[in-house]
Design a protein around this ligand. Structure first.
Ligand SMILES: [Ca+2]
Length: 610
């Protein structure tokens, strides 16, 4: 579908800005220094100081729906990339032919497009309109390139992978694309999409990076959270209180075997730090040190990419965005290469996850984590830097905004537009809004609502009101002007407001279902090839291969992994015996937590996320 630019258009293109979107994986709202974190992120902080920070930018709470929303400009449910109650869809869903990615809209303006890092979109990268790609398919071991693809072709890993680290390799490829662009395509603008797999689990980091944070977190999650919140208050990020820790909210999926493998130092609830043993504290602080090291390293590598942009004299007229695909994760599991408790934490032979204690820190000041659509699951930093196009330096932008806004914002900035049809099929209206006005001034971008649904967790935001429910939970109402901590449920006091927002949520659901139904096979009939959703059993789809490739030694947990459609096919979900559940929470000093509470946690759900 390549539409080559004419010579005249290329001349025009020289004045169009380049666009770089840097996406982190499972990074929390407060992990960057410029959002209150103590992790050293000087490069991103500098971008923020010379640009903008959005305080209410949202993602979809999960990897693949966020990437779909980011690159298509549609809610993931509209393009089969997240499940609808009657239709399925999700990590294996395939976009409709009209659901193009941003590079296809930029190509007519002369843009070249480059991808480095995680993909997790359906289809091949180059078919999505990118000219070059490093597809970081090995997301189970940061120290091996095994399974990765260059321009959609497998590349055998070198015999000696000493010195390989995924975050560095991602930046290396991005820099290589930039150098190639400068050498061979300097007359054209570019769109660069850099999707780091950090700081997603497994917690793998370079020893020297971990060393800088080794003892930093020994005073625990409550104190670290309070310090982050205090810095956020100084910055004036949000008018809110600090949410209370929720000691009965653990990982969203239950893997009792993982807890067993990880040993008695693992703690799967954010219990009071003072109740943990010395050994548990050290173990938990070490996990956070590795998380910090992964973020710190990512920032250093971003620094190298920025250096390359400077060398090309491109910093001024390149719009750089930085965000995270979902909130930090409370998940705890062991898969891929498994976990050797005797290996150095953070090394390739270990498989650690942040877990709910320090994930609550990463998501300061908000509640809950990745997969939930509470503010902790769906809030991300958004840093925007563009010296030639943004006059403000170091300012905050308070308008609510969402990943669906990226495509319309870029098209507005570069003077492009979506075609009205693609190969004879009309493009349905897209829900996002251009944020261009908010780049100039701290204005609110008007819209009817923002909408969420993920694994039964659901929410809608209208103005400053948010209606939210955990899966199988009741609707709750919050006033986000003062309560992004979601601490004071106003549903009982304001039943009319609840009804109003609920109607908006349901109408959107009906609209998205109607659109998706046109292109999805009916439930239970997964036969329609190439247009299907996740209702089928086919696990060997492209976007699932990385797991298999990386799975040198499938662990028991990996084997027990429920399928993507566990929700609609309960029989596919592994049975979690109550006794195992109890065992999982039985870490020494950990007060047995009420597992019945996990009514708002999807049980034994898929972990196809990467
Ligand atoms: Ca993610």
């Amino acid at each position: 579908m390549a539409i080559e630019a004419t010579a005249g258009e290329v001349g025009e293109a020289q004045r169009r800005p380049n666009v770089v979107f840097i996406l982190a994986d499972d990074l929390g709202y407060s992990d960057l220094g410029c959002y209150g974190g103590e992790i050293a992120t000087p490069n991103l902080d500098r971008l923020a100081a010379n640009g903008l920070r959005f305080t209410q930018f949202y993602n979809t709470a999960r990897c693949w729906p966020t990437r779909a929303a980011l690159l298509t400009g549609y809610y993931a449910q509209q393009v089969h990339r997240d499940a609808l109650p009657e239709l399925g869809g999700g990590a294996q869903g395939q976009r409709q032919r009209w659901a193009r990615l941003l590079p296809d809209y930029l190509k007519p303006l002369g843009y070249r497009s480059y991808h480095s890092g995680k993909w997790h979109v359906d289809g091949k990268v180059l078919a999505g309109g990118f000219d070059r790609s490093l597809d970081m398919r090995n997301q189970g071991n940061f120290f091996s390139s095994r399974g990765n693809q260059l321009d959609d072709q497998p590349v055998p890993p070198p015999a000696d992978e000493q010195g390989y680290y995924a975050t560095i390799a991602t930046a290396d490829h991005a820099i290589d694309c930039l150098k190639d662009h400068a050498a061979n395509h300097a007359d054209r603008p570019f769109f660069q999409y850099i999707a780091f797999i950090a700081p997603h689990f497994p917690l793998h980091a370079l020893p020297e990076d971990i060393e800088r944070y080794r003892d930093r977190y020994l005073d625990g999650w409550e104190k670290t959270r309070e310090r982050r919140f205090a810095r956020q208050q100084e910055m004036g990020l949000n008018a809110t209180t600090l949410s209370a820790l929720e000691p009965d909210v653990g990982p969203p999926y239950h893997f009792p075997m993982a807890i067993e493998k990880l040993g008695p130092d693992e703690v799967n609830r954010p219990l009071a730090w003072e109740t943990l043993t010395e050994s548990q504290r050290r173990f938990q602080a070490t996990k956070m040190a590795i998380h910090a090291a992964m973020v710190d390293r990512m920032d250093r590598e971003i620094g190298r990419i920025l250096e390359q942009l400077r060398a090309m004299n491109a910093m001024d007229n390149t719009v750089i965005f930085f965000a995270s695909d979902n909130g930090a994760s409370a998940e705890i599991m062991v898969r891929d290469g498994g976990h050797d408790p005797n290996a150095a934490p953070g090394s390739a032979a270990t498989y650690l996850s942040l877990g709910p204690g320090f994930s609550s820190v990463a998501n300061t000041p908000f509640r809950k984590h990745k997969t939930w659509v509470r503010e902790g699951g769906i809030s991300t930093p958004l840093v925007v830097h563009w010296p030639a196009g943004i006059a403000a330096r170091g300012e905050l932008r308070r308008t609510p905004a969402h990943m669906i806004d990226f495509v319309p914002t870029v098209l507005d900035i570069v003077g492009g537009q979506r075609p009205s049809e693609w190969m004879g099929e009309p493009l349905p209206p897209a829900p996002g809004k251009s944020l261009r006005a908010a780049l100039a001034k701290d204005v609110t971008i008007e819209r009817e609502s923002l909408w969420w649904l993920h694994e039964g967790n659901r929410a809608v935001r209208v103005g400053d009101w948010k209606l939210v429910a955990d899966a199988r939970g009741e609707w709750e109402l919050y006033d986000l002007r003062t309560d992004r901590a979601e601490s004071r449920n106003l549903a009982a006091e304001q039943p009319e407001k609840v009804g109003e927002l609920r109607a908006v949520w349901e109408r959107q659901l009906a609209e998205f279902t109607e659109l998706a139904r046109k292109t999805a096979p009916p439930p239970g009939k997964p036969g329609s090839k190439g247009k299907g959703n996740s209702k089928g059993k086919s696990k060997a789809k492209d976007d699932e291969k990385p797991e298999d490739d990386a799975k040198a030694k499938p662990t028991e947990d990996a084997k027990a992994k429920p399928t993507e459609d566990a929700k609609t096919k309960p029989t596919d979900a592994p049975k979690v015996k109550p006794t195992e559940d109890a065992k999982a929470t039985d870490a020494p000093n950990a007060k047995p937590t009420d597992d019945s509470k996990s009514k708002d946690e999807p049980k034994s759900k898929p972990n196809t996320d990467r």
